[in-house]
Design a protein around this ligand. Structure first.
Ligand code: UD1
Length: 299
């Protein structure tokens, strides 16, 4: 298949390019910044997703668009909701329009588990009520509405994927918005204490970005359309357990300290993964132990 990836310089896209090579697809991408990953350098064109015309040109010849480009910071979404909506909502509408204009048949939208907000039942299935707690969650949810509308109105085949907490050694450690695994691994590398917010009993569903990438490829290659999928491991792990595992795989003596719990922190989150197992035969291949080990062995 011929694939156009938006947000092609991001962490997830570096895995998407590698998986595309393995599966004999031809992938290229667009982003507003060049990729950090050298292997993707000559595959990425600098185009803003809001420039529908340029994007449609780049999509020429593509069978599929994988739309990962987004404003991903929850904090930034709260500080600048107009910018957040501009990228996440209008940017997605622009990418959808570019897909239609260039004759692309399938559109895969990378949404977020943030659309669920505070869960009222666990595990969280795709039928769980959506009630975002952040502007970011709201913009992802609004964009989902447009994705569905383009399927109904323009006949574009669409799939919505809602990843839970994903991580990898390629995450930007310098970003103040990076996730807990990246933060903890930086502490371990610097021999400084790990800080757990609150009692550490809160749980999350972590999966490796390589597994998210595999998931997206399975969805892309399937005949499924008009479906929304959770993308998680289906396993809950507490932040206390995570810190202990991380210290254990690093074989270092690192202290753990507790600080105040985060305001409006979600207590428990775990994906119901049955739909993806059933329709895509998706199962994670990287265990949390393997994923954590990789953080200390990769460059
Ligand atoms: C994640 C997403 C967010 C999304 C939300 C949806 C990431 C980075 N963020 O937020 O975009 O809106 O899911 O449910 O994936 N923690 C510590 N110490 C630290 C850092 C974090 O104890 O140094 C704790 C946090 O308080 C939290 C947990 O670890 O309880 C996970 O935090 P984080 O990785 O930031 O992700 P989420 O809050 O789940």
């Amino acid at each position: 298949m011929n694939i156009l990836i938006t947000g092609a310089s991001g962490q997830l896209s570096s895995y998407l390019f590698e998986e595309a090579d393995v599966r004999n697809h031809d992938a290229w991408g667009v982003d507003i910044v060049p990729p950090g990953n050298a292997s993707a350098k000559d595959k990425v064109e600098i185009i803003d997703i809001r420039d529908t015309e340029k994007l449609a040109k780049s999509a020429n010849g593509a069978d599929v668009i994988i739309h990962t480009a987004a404003q991903v910071s929850v904090q930034k979404s709260l500080m600048d909701p107009v910018f957040d909506a501009d990228i996440n909502v209008l940017g997605t509408v622009s990418a959808l329009k570019a897909a239609v204009d260039s004759g692309v048949k399938k559109f895969i939208f990378i949404s977020s588990a943030a659309v669920y907000g505070n869960p009222v039942s666990l595990p969280i299935s795709e039928m769980h009520p959506v009630n975002p707690l952040s502007v970011y969650g709201a913009s992802k949810l609004a964009a989902e509405g447009y994705v569905r509308m383009f399927e109904n109105t323009y006949g574009l085949k669409t799939i919505i994927i809602r990843p839970f907490n994903f991580y990898s050694s390629r995450a930007d450690a310098d970003s103040p918005y990076s996730g807990v695994i990246t933060k903890f691994s930086e502490c371990v590398k610097n021999n400084s204490p790990i800080t757990i917010d609150g009692d550490g009993m809160q749980t999350r569903d972590f999966l490796h970005a390589a597994d998210v990438s595999k998931f997206i490829h399975l969805a892309m290659e399937s005949d499924v359309s008009g479906v929304t999928f959770n993308c998680g491991s289906g396993k809950a792990i507490s932040i206390n357990e995570l810190a202990e595992k991380m210290i254990s795989v690093s074989s270092k003596n690192i202290d753990i300290v507790h600080s105040q719990p985060r305001t409006a922190d979600i207590k428990h989150s775990v994906a119901d993964v049955r739909l993806a197992e059933e329709l895509l035969d998706f199962h994670t291949s990287v265990t949390i132990e393997e994923g954590l080990k990789e953080l200390f062995t990769s460059q």
